[in-house]
Design a protein around this ligand. Structure first.
Ligand code: M6R
Length: 364
């Protein structure tokens, strides 16, 4: 039931602190300072290559996982959307790990890709929200998200739970490969444990976001920029806005702007910049200045420190709590979800059942 919420999507956005905490219970042992995985007949120490396959929002969770797995475990990761993966004749060395990410566990393209990978002698890991789904049944390593039923067609809480599981998977793989020191593991667990409170703090800015949504609602096109593990949040923000508000939006790697899309910039195209303070902040901000120099209207999503440093001259700013870069993708998912939600409400669209879309895409 929706309770006091106007839409399922809104309710599911606000459930994130609780369901992420619930999900993390399976994957971290806070008192021991250890990451953990469910039991499975699979030796992660032997994994030399990971292939990630998913669709839509679940694919964006996979993109973040690529950054984490390569950074922590130093294992090469290949990633593709399921509908491309199946038909491009991917080279899969026997014994590789193929990782499928899906809320429903029934997406036809992802399921077909899973079966293809199994035929190619890959071990199968599945991050899935519906424990009784086809993908869950066919996994060697089943990594459930505990988001609870997701009703809104736009995926929100399943996504942040996927990210929590994938961060823990990356750390587990790193440990199995002997590439994670005890101190690093303790740190990762501590940062993951900070995620629920940080998500709560992010949700605390709901009113501010509702109040600035009118700046975006009249736009015909919107651009989202991000860098590193926050680049997929730009893609996710753009997808959320497209899906439920029907405004054309694109996400770009901030550094890629100058290679073409900057030609689109004028005062009618709002640019949402996702830039938590941290190692990539200065670079992203310099891309933002390139946009501003061409008359672009900017919404900067950052923390107090980032906004103090770069907020001047922006059309609007959205303040997030200051968080460790590891959990920034989870936290920065919230403002892009809320922005899409409030813009859609202003436009009067059917938020939970957007036109032309189904919750589970069971055709290839
Ligand atoms: O159930 P799945 O995670 O496999 O679904 C994949 C996509 O269809 C899904 O994420 C879709 O892009 C959502 N509508 C995004 O909000």
């Amino acid at each position: 039931e929706k309770g006091n919420y106007r839409h399922y999507m809104q309710k599911e956005i606000f459930e994130q602190p609780i369901v992420v905490a619930q999900t993390l219970q399976t994957y971290v042992r806070p008192f021991e300072g250890e990451v953990a995985l469910p039991d499975a007949d699979l030796d992660l120490a032997k994994v030399d290559r990971v292939t990630i396959v998913a669709c839509g929002t679940s694919f964006y969770a996979g993109l973040v996982a690529k950054y984490w797995i390569e950074q922590f475990a130093r294992v090469p990761v290949d990633i593709d959307v399921a509908s491309e993966f199946r038909y491009r004749q991917p080279v899969l060395e026997p014994g590789g790990l193929a990782l499928f990410i899906s809320q429903s566990g029934e997406t036809a393209d992802t399921l077909a890709a899973l079966r293809h990978a199994r035929d190619e002698q890959q071990r199968i890991a599945v991050v899935v929200n519906v424990p009784t789904s086809s993908m869950a049944r066919e996994a060697d390593l089943l990594l459930p998200t505990h988001a609870g039923p997701e009703i809104g067609v736009a995926s929100t809480k399943a996504f942040t739970c996927q990210l929590a599981v994938l961060a823990a998977l990356a750390a587990n793989l790193a440990r199995a490969k002997g590439r994670l020191s005890r101190e690093e593991e303790i740190d990762i667990v501590a940062h993951l444990q900070e995620a629920p409170a940080a998500l709560n703090a992010a949700l605390g800015h709901d009113d501010d976001i509702a109040a600035m949504a009118y700046l975006i609602a009249p736009a015909r096109d919107v651009l989202y920029l991000g860098r590193g593990p926050d680049y997929p949040m730009a893609l996710e923000g753009a997808l959320k806005l497209k899906e439920i508000s029907y405004i054309h939006a694109e996400g770009y790697a901030a550094g890629e702007m100058k290679h073409g899309p900057i030609a689109l910039i004028d005062e009618a195209v709002p640019v949402i910049v996702i830039a938590p303070s941290g190692p990539l902040f200065e670079k992203t901000v310099s891309n933002m200045q390139e946009v501003r120099a061409r008359g672009g209207k900017i919404v900067l999503i950052s923390d107090a420190k980032g906004i103090a440093e770069a907020g001047e001259g922006c059309m609007a700013t959205i303040e997030m709590p200051e968080v460790h870069p590891l959990i920034a993708p989870l936290v920065y998912a919230v403002p892009v979800q809320l922005l899409a939600y409030h813009v859609a409400v202003l436009k009067g669209t059917d938020v939970d059942q957007p036109r032309n879309l189904a919750k589970s895409v069971t055709v290839e």
